[in-house]
Design a protein. Structure first.
Length: 413
């Protein structure tokens, strides 16, 4: 057996086993604390709501376990099981061994893998989310969204892949540097274009009509030095009962977006506090820091890919007999999560630290008590568990657990 095959299988087994162990811990911890609301929340969250959050977490966790096993099996099917090898032979027979065949192999592999895992997504939406009162999408809307996402992925992904494969074929040993630069440029372009050209394909965005709230937001933006294209309300309630808020875009194309479900839950003070938290990420340059970090990681990844693409054992170790740039790109894309999962706790740590810093910024712009009350409402209405397993949350949570986050904010009141 190829040595890299052994390394890949060992890493995949370790990743699946660690994730399964963490999930078992998490579900057991949530189940054990289902019977009582944690002390800091007893005056704001009823036992019934707490138990609903626990049951929702348990249901999602079981689906996540199924999804993880299915993803691992699908990955093995397309690598060592010969799926990519077979698709390559089909595309070479139809289009030769050029760029068109390479694009076809990559896109068809990703599409088929998505279709295999689609039933889990359907079950999550129309069983779990439906049962707990969050799903508001219809089967027709769901199918429409899936088709639009697939069409958009092909429309944007095919030209990008064509350019990257051309660069890989034509620019010599440092092709990986050019490919990395192309991907970074594409990512920045998509960040700029998303709010204006892509997001409106899926949701309706209308300018905020509440003049009192708009005046308060404008004043907050002025204090924070944040220039945007406007404040918009998104019809999130068309698909889900979950609430959220975010800002999107870069440069002169930034937008602030509130889900209509969030505005129906929070009062003006709380909305302003939530926005101040989001602006904290901007003011403290968290977005820029994460962009620099992801750029550095992707740079290292492309440099590694540049070396792996020239190693025959990389292909044969993953079930592909004929080396090619398209094969190298696809294989690296598929197996990277198997190895990078072990970096997840480090990434989560820095993300949680940024959340604490953004909370501190919000407490300086509004009152910490407003952000606390907003967060408690969001935990309750989104059925977010108040009692995650500490080790699981340290590995997975990009935001601090509820009790830790509220305790931190309480020191700012």
């Amino acid at each position: 057996m190829n040595g890299f095959t052994v390394i890949f299988l060992a890493a995949l087994a370790a990743a699946v086993a660690i994730e399964a162990w963490l999930m078992r811990r998490h579900l057991a911890h949530v189940r054990a604390h289902r019977g009582a609301v944690p002390a800091p929340f007893r005056d704001q969250i009823a036992l019934e709501a707490h138990q609903k959050a626990a049951d929702y977490t348990l249901a999602k966790g079981r689906v996540s376990q199924w999804s993880r096993w299915l993803s691992a099996a699908t990955l093995l099917l397309f690598t060592l099981g010969g799926g990519i090898e077979w698709l390559s032979s089909v595309w070479v027979a139809m289009a030769g061994s050029g760029i068109v065949a390479g694009i076809g192999v990559i896109l068809s592999t990703l599409l088929l893998m998505h279709l295999i895992e689609l039933p889990v997504s359907v079950y999550q939406t129309f069983s779990v989310e439906q049962r707990f009162g969050f799903n508001r999408t219809t089967p027709a809307q769901y199918a429409k969204d899936m088709l639009m996402q697939a069409g958009l992925s092909i429309a944007l992904g095919a030209p990008l892949l064509a350019l990257m494969l051309w660069v890989m074929d034509r620019t010599g040993p440092l092709w990986w540097l050019w490919a990395w630069a192309i991907l970074m440029g594409f990512s920045i372009l998509m960040s700029w274009a998303f709010p204006t050209f892509i997001a409106p394909l899926f949701n309706k965005f209308t300018p905020l009509q509440d003049q009192d709230l708009k005046h308060r937001i404008d004043h907050l933006l002025e204090r924070c030095g944040f220039l945007s294209k406007g404040v918009f309300v998104m019809d999130g309630s068309r698909r889900s009962g979950h609430g959220n808020a975010y800002f999107t875009g870069i440069g002169n194309n930034k937008r602030i977006v509130f889900f209509d479900t969030l505005l129906s839950t929070l009062d003006h003070d709380e909305v302003e506090a939530v926005l101040a938290h989001e602006l904290g990420h901007f003011k403290l340059k968290h977005v820029l820091k994460m962009l620099i970090a992801s750029s550095a990681i992707s740079f290292s990844g492309f440099a590694l890919l540049g070396w792996l693409a020239g190693q025959g054992w990389f292909y044969t170790g993953l079930g592909v007999s004929t080396p090619s740039h398209a094969g190298a790109l696809l294989l690296f894309l598929l197996i990277s999560p198997v190895f990078t999962i072990f970096l997840q706790p480090v990434t989560a740590y820095f993300q949680r630290r940024h959340e604490f810093e953004a909370d501190d910024f919000a407490a300086g712009q509004t009152r910490a008590s407003f952000l606390i009350s907003a967060l408690v409402k969001l935990y309750r209405d989104n059925a977010s568990t108040l009692t995650p397993d500490p080790l699981y949350s340290a590995f997975h949570y990009s935001h601090p657990p509820a009790s830790i986050r509220i305790a931190h904010l309480t020191t700012k009141t």
